[in-house]
Design a protein around this ligand. Sequence first.
Ligand SMILES: Cc1cc2nc3c(=O)[nH]c(=O)nc-3n(C[C@H](O)[C@H](O)[C@H](O)COP(=O)(O)OP(=O)(O)OC[C@H]3O[C@@H](n4cnc5c(N)ncnc54)[C@H](O)[C@@H]3O)c2cc1C
Length: 274
Amino acid sequence: MGNTTNPYSMVRSRVLKVVKETPTIYTIRLKPDREVPFDPGQFIQLTVPGVGEAPFTPSSHYRKPETLDVTVARVGKVTDRIHQLSPGDEVGIRGPYGNNYPLEDFRDREVLVVGGGVGFAPMRAVMYGLFDIVSSLAKLLYRGGCRNPSELVYREEMSRWFDRDDLNIVLTVDEGDETWRGPTGVVTTILEDLSLDFESAVAIVCGPPIMMKFSTLKLLEMGFSDSNIFLSMEKNMSCAIGQCGHCRIGPYYCCTDGPVFRYSQIKQYPNIWD
Ligand SMILES: Cc1cc2nc3c(=O)[nH]c(=O)nc-3n(C[C@H](O)[C@H](O)[C@H](O)COP(=O)(O)OP(=O)(O)OC[C@H]3O[C@@H](n4cnc5c(N)ncnc54)[C@H](O)[C@@H]3O)c2cc1C
């Protein structure tokens, strides 16, 4: 009969908690029947019975796999149903899939993390990983942007990040309101004055395609090497196991060769920002 391991088998999971981060982005805390260990950058496929499945990058701590958070923007059929989940509801998790950020290689280097919109979600798991090794990093900087203050996720937690001595953090919004005390403008405007050793520094970028494109161009202009810019790519994906070909980037499958790519690997392919 050969190998009968089913690559589509799922871990049954219960919804523990739903946090309404913004009107369109919710964080769902899940309790899987068995632990789902992952590394920052990897993704899972979340199945909502009777509706379908979609890929998400866990936004929780990779060292606490007994529960798993996904932070989900409502954009269509599956994500709309995910936003209707309540504590006690059952979903399925398969994975984790894909590669992860080589955080260990970042020791002794300056690390800049750039997040935009719902791209804060994968970056939260990355930040937990970087906080774990922060004493061995030369510098840790976070630059984040979203459209307006009501679109900002993880507000309470982010406000505590501002109190950390080992993190240099700036957040911006495209358009402020009477509550906003920080800078306004797109995220590239807060990359302007960074003082880093650009030849060896590492940048990690995650957000909507337009934000990733202009942030990457800005980082290159500043002197970052294209092989030191890491991108979390989010191509339309179906099987997640390198079979269907939906998520191709040139010769790569985003699901199995990514979703984390160095810009130098994929810069020559025309569809990377679509
Ligand atoms: C590796 C990976 C990690 C991801 N992590 C997260 C995450 O942490 N949080 C989060 O909110 N979203 C994440 N996404 C995107 C998420 O998977 C899609 O938003 C989701 O699949 C949409 O499903 P839907 O049925 O609600 O929308 P659909 O009804 O299928 O589509 C709605 C619209 O969204 C477009 N769309 C669907 N999937 C994608 C995609 N992957 N990229 C760009 N456009 C898409 C469709 O073309 C359509 O225009 C991730 C995607 C990938 C590939």
